[in-house]
Design a protein around this ligand. Structure first.
Ligand code: NAD
Length: 363
C-alpha cells in the first residue's frame, strides 16, 4: 500500500463542481490502480461560500488547507455575485488563498497535444509535433505588491506610480523552483527580464546566474521580455522552462497558453514552501456551460496530475494521467470546446470516464 495524502478540495462555482468531480474520479482510479490513499476534504470558497457564510474565503477553509498536503480547486465566480464591490467578490478568495498559503511560484505549462495541433493558431511548420513548455512565474512579489500611489504636481497634474521591488531572497527561491523542475525536464531555463533597462531586473539576473551555478546540468540563457514575447510565436520549440517575474509572467503565460488553442485543456500549479501547492485549471467558472455536462474536465484532471507530480512526487502516476488523456484524444473523443469534424462529441462525465478507463488499460 502506498502513502496516504490529504487533499483539500474546493469545487467553487459554475462548472467548478462538475470538473472537480471528474478529477476526483480520475484520482480515485489512480489510487486504486497504483495503491495509494487520497483523503478528500471538501471546502467552501467563492460565490457558494458567500451564500453560505457571507465571506468568499472563510477562515475554516484556510485552516483546513493549511493542514492538507495539497489543494485542488475548480473555479469561482459568476453573475450572481457580480454586483458585489471588488473586495467582497468571489475572485478575492483566489488572491486570499495565494497570499495566506504563501504560494510564491506559479507554474503554467503550455502543452499542445499533437492530436489538437489544428486548434493552435500558429502555422504547422512552426508548431511541428506539438509543444511542451512551462512558465515559472514569481507570484507574490514585484510590481503588483510594491509601493504605489498618486501625487499632485504643479506642472503636470496628477502623477501615479507603481514600484517593482525584488529582494535576493525572493529571486533565489523562485529560481530554485525553476532549476529543480528543469532538471527533471529538458534541462533548459530561459530567464526572462528587462535587465537592459530595469535595476530590479539586473539584480534578478545576477541572482538567477548565481543560482544556476548549483545546477550545472541545466543550461541557462537570458532573454529580454520583448524578445521573449516575439520568440514565443516565432519559435516556441526553443523553450523548456521560462523563469520570470510576476508581471512578465502574467503576460507571457497567457501568450504561451493561447498557443495551445483551448482554455479547457490548461492546468496550473501554485507552489509554496516544501511540497505544498494549490492546483487549478487556468479557466474560470464558465457560467454559460454550468450544469449542462458540457465543460471540458481535462484542465482540472491535468491539474490533479500536476499535484501528483509536484506535491506528492508521484511522477509515474502523473504521467499515467497525461498519457490516458492523450489516448482518449487519439481515439477521437472531444468535448465541445475542442471538437472538430469527424471526432466524437462527449460530455464532461463521459470524458472523465474515458480517462479512467485508459488509466486502467495503461497500468
Ligand atoms: P471563463 O474561463 O469562465 O470562460 C471563458 C470562455 O471559455 C467561455 O466561453 C467558457 O464557456 C469557456 N470555457 C472555460 N472553461 C471551459 C471548459 N472547462 N470547457 C469548455 N469551455 C470552457 O472566463 P469568463 O467567462 O471571463 O469568467 C466567468 C467567471 O469565472 C467570472 O465570474 C470570472 O470572474 C470567473 N473566473 C474565475 C477564475 C478562477 O476561478 N480561477 C478565472 C477566471 C475567471
Amino acid at each position: 500500500m502506498g502513502k496516504s495524502y490529504r487533499i483539500a478540495v474546493i469545487p467553487g462555482d459554475g462548472i467548478g463542481p462538475e470538473i472537480v468531480s471528474q478529477a476526483l474520479r480520475v484520482l480515485d482510479r489512480v489510487a486504486a490502480t497504483y495503491g495509494h490513499d487520497f483523503e478528500y476534504k471538501e471546502l467552501l470558497a467563492g460565490g457558494c461560500a458567500i451564500d453560505a457564510t457571507g465571506e468568499a474565503l472563510p477562515e475554516a477553509t484556510v485552516a483546513e488547507c493549511r493542514t492538507s498536503d495539497a489543494v485542488l480547486l475548480g473555479a469561482v465566480g459568476g453573475e450572481k455575485w457580480d454586483h458585489l464591490p471588488g473586495e467582497q467578490r468571489p475572485e478575492m478568495a483566489l488572491l486570499g488563498l495565494r497570499s495566506r498559503l504563501g504560494l510564491y511560484a506559479n507554474l503554467r505549462p503550455a502543452f499542445l497535444f499533437k492530436q489538437l495541433c489544428a486548434a493552435c493558431p500558429l502555422k504547422p511548420e512552426i508548431i511541428g509535433e506539438g509543444l511542451d513548455l512551462l512558465v515559472v512565474r514569481e507570484l507574490t512579489g514585484g510590481i503588483y505588491f510594491g509601493p504605489r500611489g498618486r501625487r499632485a504636481t504643479a506642472e503636470r497634474g496628477q502623477e501615479a506610480f507603481d514600484t517593482e521591488v525584488y529582494s535576493e531572497a525572493e529571486v533565489e527561491r523562485i529560481a530554485r523552483v525553476a532549476f529543480e523542475i528543469a532538471s527533471g525536464r529538458r534541462r533548459r531555463v530561459t530567464n526572462v527580464d528587462k535587465a537592459n533597462v530595469l535595476e530590479s531586473s539586473r539584480l534578478w539576473r545576477a541572482v538567477v546566474t548565481r543560482v544556476a551555478a548549483d545546477y550545472p546540468e541545466v543550461e541557462l540563457n537570458h532573454m529580454y521580455v520583448d524578445n521573449a514575447a516575439m520568440q514565443l510565436v516565432r519559435n516556441p520549440q526553443q523553450f523548456d522552462v521560462i523563469l520570470t517575474t510576476n508581471m512578465f509572467g502574467d503576460i507571457l503565460s497567457d501568450e504561451a497558453s493561447m498557443i495551445t488553442g483551448s482554455i479547457g485543456m490548461l492546468p496550473s500549479a501554485s507552489l509554496g514552501q516544501g511540497n505544498f501547492g494549490l492546483y487549478e485549471p487556468v479557466h474560470g467558472s464558465a457560467p454559460d456551460l454550468a450544469g449542462q455536462d458540457r465543460a471540458n474536465p481535462i484542465a482540472t484532471v491535468l491539474s490533479a496530475a500536476m499535484m501528483l507530480r509536484y506535491s506528492f512526487g508521484l511522477t509515474q502516476e502523473a504521467e499515467a494521467i497525461a498519457s490516458a488523456v492523450e489516448q482518449v484524444l487519439a481515439a477521437g473523443y472531444r468535448t465541445g470546446d475542442i471538437m472538430s469534424p469527424g471526432q466524437t462529441l462527449v460530455g464532461t462525465g463521459q470524458m472523465g470516464q474515458l480517462i479512467c478507463e485508459q488509466i486502467t488499460k495503461g497500468a
